[in-house]
Design a protein around this ligand. Structure first.
Ligand code: EPZ
Length: 419
């Protein structure tokens, strides 16, 4: 397993280009199952997770071609059983359920395991499918959904932790081929949900209200092929903005949608960093004294849970007492134990982390656990004195396209070691 070595203390500067969004590409790749015609997707990031999704599509019978960032999928002939050996590798595989139910009126996918950020239920996905007329059967570690036909319904997808992103995606992808009108109340409003709705509408779907809590979907008989550019990855963008804050003297990120990262830029401004916007880029620079922060993760447009670990790394070296509350995945603190091994002072109290900023962090061998926790350890290593060795970097490769290479372009002393 590869490792990433970081020699901290080198100031970052310069600019990097943000890749296409992982969390947009995954459901959009799944959505290509909804048509017999070819779909062409541009700016699909080269990640383990997108690789797994392409494997699933091929296992289902789709023809897949990839030429650098462009992927062509032809799902003319498909079956409806997603194989365990591929699905088990990625929880987001669950988002093939909706398109398979919409297209084939049945689907069998192995149940998503939990993962290190806690239990990952799909009860809301299944509630939406049942409302559309599907029967659900859970057996042998698989979930099977089937319906003689799908009929539009009024569905509320709000759960105890708020809206569900992939649940909204899944139900929307089934509803586009249902008979009649479906209204999804309590829909997720993340930019990735909007990007999926835009793609589905290009395929001939009739979806209104994307980006609001209320989606109105008029079912159609069938969908046709379409071509689409995946939006930039706002979490990668946020991660590099935090890198620029923790160790930069002027870092610019290009190909970013300003409003998609406004909660992150607001947080960095509140901490005392300077943010400058240009046409299609954002620059973060130090701007004198920095201040501690109290912040809570919320559904979009609030501060994203996927940026919580990265913020924890930054606030670990920000003088004063900061408080982070994790409202989406309350156990999402795998990074804390490792940050403490680097000298951070973080006290966990339920879903809240109380952070006493320290003068300096010290490089150490640390272990990646989940995608964003791993990124947080790399960010801490940029700041820490000495050498940090991050093992199990396959977690990083799931969701960041060439993270070490991009940080190296910004001047970081970072290298990937084949273990
Ligand atoms: C998506 O996961 C993202 N993944 C996650 O990003 C992100 O953290 C999450 O949304 C929240 O923004 C992809 O888009 C591939 P949810 P998703 O359903 O859709 C609970 C990353 O690092 N819930 O919005 O699976 C759930 O337990 C990943 O890129 C139910 O209770 O998350 C959580 O507490 C990590 N029942 C909350 O809702 C359900 O049926 C939000 O989960 C579904 C979810």
């Amino acid at each position: 397993m590869d490792k990433i070595l970081i020699h901290g203390g080198r100031p970052l500067s310069g600019s990097i280009k943000i890749s296409g969004s992982k969390n947009s590409a995954l459901p959009i790749l799944a959505a290509t199952l909804l048509t017999r015609e070819p779909c062409i997707l541009h700016r699909v990031p080269d990640l383990s997770d997108t690789h797994y999704m392409l494997q699933i599509l091929m296992h289902l019978g789709a023809q897949v071609e990839r030429a650098s960032g462009t992927v062509t999928v032809n799902a003319e002939k498909i079956e409806s059983i997603a194989p365990y050996e591929v699905v088990r590798k990625m929880r987001a595989s669950v988002c093939v359920l909706g398109p398979l139910l919409g297209r084939c009126k049945e689907a069998t996918v192995s149940l998503p395991g939990g993962c290190v950020i806690g239990d990952r239920p799909i009860d809301l996905h299944l509630k939406g499918f049942e409302a559309l007329g599907a029967a659900i059967r859970v057996e042998g570690g698989n979930v099977k959904v089937f319906a003689p036909k799908l009929t539009g319904a009024i569905i509320n997808l709000t759960g105890k932790f708020g809206p569900t992103v992939l649940g909204t995606d899944n139900v929307m992808m089934a509803a586009v081929l249902a008979e009649g009108i479906t209204v999804i109340e309590g829909a997720a409003t993340e930019p990735e949900v909007v990007d999926l709705a835009d793609f589905l509408n290009k395929m001939g779907a009739k979806i209104e209200g994307a980006g609001t809590r209320r989606l109105i979907i008029e079912g159609v008989k069938e969908l046709h092929g379409a071509e689409h550019d995946i939006i930039p990855d706002r979490i990668e963008a946020g991660t590099f903005l935090v890198a620029g804050a923790i160790a930069g003297k002027g870092v610019t990120i290009k190909r970013v949608v300003r409003e998609h990262v406004s909660s992150v830029t607001d947080a960095l401004i509140a901490c005392g960093y300077q943010i400058q916007w240009a046409e299609n880029s954002i620059t973060v620079s130090p701007n004198g004294a920095v201040k501690p922060l109290e912040i809570a993760t919320e559904p979009y447009p609030g501060f994203p849970t996927d940026m919580q670990a990265q913020m924890c790394a930054l606030l670990s070296t920000t003088e004063g007492i900061s408080v982070i509350t994790e409202n989406i995945f309350p156990q999402r603190y795998m990074h804390v134990a490792e940050l403490k091994r680097m000298g951070a002072h973080v006290q966990l109290e339920g879903s809240t982390a109380v952070i006493q900023g320290v003068e300096r962090l010290f490089g150490a061998p640390v272990m990646a656990s989940d995608l964003r926790a791993s990124a947080a350890l790399v960010l801490a290593g940029l700041k820490a004195e000495g050498r940090t060795e991050v093992s199990r970097v396959y977690h990083i490769d799931r969701g960041y396209e060439h993270l070490d290479e991009k940080l190296s372009e910004l001047g970081a002393h970072i290298e990937r070691v084949k273990a």
